[in-house]
Design a protein around this ligand. Structure first.
Ligand code: SAM
Length: 268
């Protein structure tokens, strides 16, 4: 049924649900398959707030990009960028500052194929298909694009992605590799699931996602804060997602029900 659809790479296993396509489904997108939708419904049983969480995560991404743009950042590296949806980083950043450049990185076939299509006519943005934990390969690929000047501040975005990185891939070491590669004054924006806020729901979600291509690894507030080593945390620090600089200071949701911590740091 997928034959001929330009966003479906021929090599893809449509029977194995992926985080990118489950997230797309939760956001109301159409780039997902029956197996993704089935597991997403199980995700919703374990975490009934999942659609709101997905929307809140996108809203954090937007606020973080605008904060960085306001601070003068004009180049972005979006790791685990996902399937394009409303409010993509290049759209937000270029609306704030037209000269902004963006390199997207994801390892999922549909995310990359769809991003390629979207960015066809944008010579300031591109996408790389890489595992973001292969930091040498990613950094070499980014350099090859010629879009990013490593002597200038870079906004490194890792939004809703580190909970897919298992402990044995050394998440703190992965962040450190990017931190060491970028200029002082660069930023790290990060959001990641935790079991600190809604332990029961998180246990259910972890069990569901074991049946996908992307098992999940929630982390504690202390573990997430440790990922900002070498960065000065921007106020208000690492907080439940909706509490990170809410627009107009208004938090419409019960912040703990987001189940995610978020923060932004500036490299010293
Ligand atoms: C929940 S989506 C988040 C998308 C986007 N960053 C956002 O916040 O809206 C997570 C994305 O990270 C990608 N991902 C997970 N682990 C990855 C890895 N090791 N390397 C590259 N991409 C990864 C998945 O394929 C998926 O597209």
């Amino acid at each position: 049924m997928t034959e001929g659809l330009s966003w479906v790479p021929s090599t893809i296993d449509t029977g194995l649900p992926s985080a990118a396509r489950i997230y797309d489904y939760l956001l109301g997108g159409g780039h997902n398959f029956a197996a993704d939708r089935e597991l997403a419904e199980k995700f919703l049983l374990a975490q009934p707030n999942a659609r709101t969480i997905a929307r809140l995560n996108r809203a954090f991404l937007r606020r973080a990009v605008l904060h960085l743009a306001d601070a003068g950042v004009r180049q972005f590296l979006d790791l685990g960028s996902g399937i394009p949806t409303v409010g993509n980083v290049h759209e937000i950043a270029q609306r704030a500052a037209p000269e902004s450049r963006v390199v997207y990185v994801d390892f999922e076939d549909v995310a990359v194929a769809h991003s390629r299509m979207l960015l066809e006519d944008d010579d300031q943005s591109t996408v790389l298909q890489e595992d973001m934990t292969d930091t040498d390969a990613v950094l070499a690929g980014v350099r090859d694009t010629g879009l990013i000047d490593f002597a200038e501040p870079i906004g490194v975005l890792t939004v809703g992605v580190f909970h897919f990185v298992p402990p044995e891939r050394d998440p703190v070491g992965v962040v450190a590799a990017y931190r060491d590669a970028v200029a002082p004054g660069s930023y790290l924006a990060l959001s990641q699931f935790t079991a600190d806020l809604q332990p029961e729901e998180m246990t259910g979600v972890v069990a569901v996602m074991r049946r996908s291509a992307n098992p999940m690894f929630p982390r504690t507030h202390a573990e997430i804060t440790a990922m900002f080593d070498g960065f000065d945390l921007v106020e208000p620090g690492v907080v439940p997602l909706p509490l990170w600089r809410p627009e107009d200071g208004a938090v419409e949701e019960d912040a703990d029900r987001a189940g995610i911590f978020a923060g932004v740091g500036r490299k010293k």
